[in-house]
Design a protein around this ligand. Structure first.
Ligand SMILES: [Zn+2]
Ligand SMILES: [Zn+2]
Length: 220
C-alpha cells in the first residue's frame, strides 16, 4: 500500500491518502479541510477516490467531509459512534476555532473494535482507542506494518485528554494495551507532525515510554 501525507488546516492535520496499487483506488483518512490540496494529490497519483475514513470527530480531522461527499458522493466510514456528539457539533467547533463553516454529516457506517475495511484490495484493521475522544479509532495494515493513529499518539507526545469525554488513563491504556502489542517495528502516521515507530515511542516517549514517568500531558 502506498500513502501520501497531506497536512491541512491551520492545525497542520495529517490527511493521509491510502493507495491500493493493484486497483489504483484510494481512501482519504481525515480530510479536515483544504480539499484542493487533497484533490491535487488524488490527481497527482492518478487514483480514484473510493472512500473517506475517519479516526475521530474533531473538526481539523473531519471538517472537509460534508463538502467532499457533496462533490464526489463517497461513503464515509468511521469513527466509532461514541464520537457522534463531536460530529453533530461541527458547526460549533468551527465557530469556536475560527474555521470556515463546516456541516455535520452521518457516516455511512460507524466502526466497532476489530472491524475490517478494504481500500481496493488492501485490508485495514480497525482498533477502538478511546481517551482523546471516546470514539477514536486507529487503522492498521498488518501487511505494511503501518498504523494511522490520529490524535492518540504522536512522535514524542500523546493526545490531549482535557476535552469532554476525554480521559488520560483511558488514553494510556489504549496506547499500551491496543497499540504496543502490534509490535515495535510498526511505523505510524500521527494526526499531526512527523511519523515515528511504536518501538521508538515505547522507548523514549515522555508519557508512555520506558524511560519516562507517566508525565501529565498538560504540565510541561
Ligand atoms: Zn483530535
Ligand atoms: Zn487533531
Amino acid at each position: 500500500m502506498k500513502y501520501q501525507i497531506i497536512p491541512v488546516t491551520p492545525y497542520q492535520q495529517n490527511s493521509t491518502l491510502l493507495i491500493c496499487e493493484h486497483t489504483n483506488t484510494a481512501a482519504i483518512v481525515d480530510p479536515g479541510g483544504e480539499l484542493n490540496l487533497i484533490l491535487d494529490q488524488v490527481q497527482h497519483h492518478n487514483v480514484t477516490l473510493e472512500s473517506i475514513l475517519l479516526t475521530h470527530g474533531h473538526l481539523d480531522h473531519v471538517g472537509g467531509v460534508a463538502a467532499l461527499v457533496k462533490q464526489l458522493s463517497l461513503p464515509v466510514y468511521g469513527p466509532h459512534v461514541e464520537d457522534a456528539f463531536w460530529i453533530n457539533a461541527l458547526k460549533e467547533q468551527a465557530e469556536m476555532l475560527n474555521f470556515p463553516p463546516s456541516e455535520s454529516f452521518t457516516p455511512t457506517r460507524w466502526f466497532k473494535d476489530n472491524d475490517e475495511i478494504n481500500v481496493g484490495e488492501e485490508l485495514l484493521q480497525v482498533i477502538h482507542t478511546p481517551g482523546h475522544t471516546p470514539g477514536h479509532v486507529v487503522f492498521y495494515s498488518a501487511a505494511d506494518k503501518l498504523a494511522i493513529v490520529g490524535d492518540v499518539l504522536f512522535n514524542g507526545s500523546i493526545g490531549r485528554t482535557d476535552f469532554p469525554k476525554g480521559d488520560y488513563h483511558t488514553l494510556i491504556d489504549s496506547i499500551k494495551q491496543k497499540l504496543w502489542p502490534l509490535g515495535k517495528e510498526i511505523d505510524f502516521i500521527p494526526g499531526h507532525g512527523p511519523m515515528s515507530t511504536f518501538g521508538e515511542e515505547m522507548r523514549s516517549n515522555p508519557f508512555v515510554g520506558e524511560d519516562g514517568q507517566e508525565a501529565l500531558p498538560f504540565c510541561s
